[in-house]
Write a protein that binds this ligand. Structure first.
Ligand code: URA
Length: 243
């Protein structure tokens, strides 16, 4: 089993420990440690471009236009206080798309999603799944930082919704991870609490969507990291079932 994984068990053990998750391994068995199998290896997307499906393609949206429009956006009040927009980053043809809530202070300054402390933990969570940040695409519901990191307002989410929809349409991910309650509630247009949203395969535009804990929450509530790992395993299992 372990040989099918993208990372070996020993390496995954290190990532889990970096996430702050203790994996109990008897010392004498250490060499033979077997953590839950992860076969969620990302295989390059192979989409055949036949004459027929090229002909069916609508007048193309494209990344350059979208990035330019986001950077120039003045659809809501957040444009007044942002340092810059945070478009998203990663593999534009990823199978996995992670969607957070909104940029925080570090992201607003750097122009990239999840680069602060929570971002470092998210990177570990991605690695624990046997992936790297270069293999996934990361975006947010909002492209601009709400002042003081307050929750996004509904008019801001609505103003930004089209940008995210176009990103999803361009990436065409096979699975989406909603990072945290606020992202999940806005994406799924529900007020359900996280406890009800996790461990369920939702659909967004017919794409399977799984809700995971926000790393900022996990930094405040480290005891929940075990459940966070269960959610990541659930996501990997779901992804595997798609193949
Ligand atoms: N929190 C988010 O939801 N997104 C980021 O990009 C950073 C922190």
């Amino acid at each position: 089993m372990a040989s099918d994984s993208v990372v070996d068990d020993e390496t995954r053990l290190q990532y889990l420990q970096a996430m702050g998750i203790e994996v109990w391994v008897p010392r004498r068995n250490r060499a033979a440690v077997s953590i839950e199998p992860v076969e969620a290896a990302v295989e390059p997307k192979q989409q055949e471009e036949t004459i027929e499906n090229v002909a069916e393609m609508p007048v193309e949206d494209n990344w350059d236009d979208l990035e330019r429009q986001v950077a120039a956006c003045r659809r809501c009040q957040l444009c007044e206080t942002r340092t810059q927009t945070v478009f998203g980053s990663g593999n534009k043809q990823a199978d996995w798309m992670l969607i957070g809530e909104a940029p925080g202070q570090s992201e607003d300054l750097e122009g990239k999603p999840f680069v602060g402390k929570a971002g470092q933990l998210l990177t570990e969570m991605i690695r624990a799944m046997g992936l790297s940040r270069d293999q996934v695409f990361i975006a947010n519901v909002l492209k601009c930082r709400p002042p003081g990191n307050r929750d996004p307002k509904s008019d801001e989410v609505e103003a930004c919704r089209e940008f995210l929809q176009r990103q999803i349409a361009l990436v065409q991910p096979r699975i989406i991870l909603a990072v945290g309650r606020i992202a999940a509630q806005n994406l799924l247009q529900t007020q359900d609490p996280l406890a009800k949203l996790r461990s369920v395969v939702h659909k967004l535009d017919n794409i399977p969507l799984i809700v995971i804990y926000h790393p900022a929450y996990l930094l405040r509530s480290p005891l929940e990291k075990r459940k966070a790992w269960e959610d990541l395993q659930f996501a990997m299992k779901t992804f595997k079932g798609l193949n």
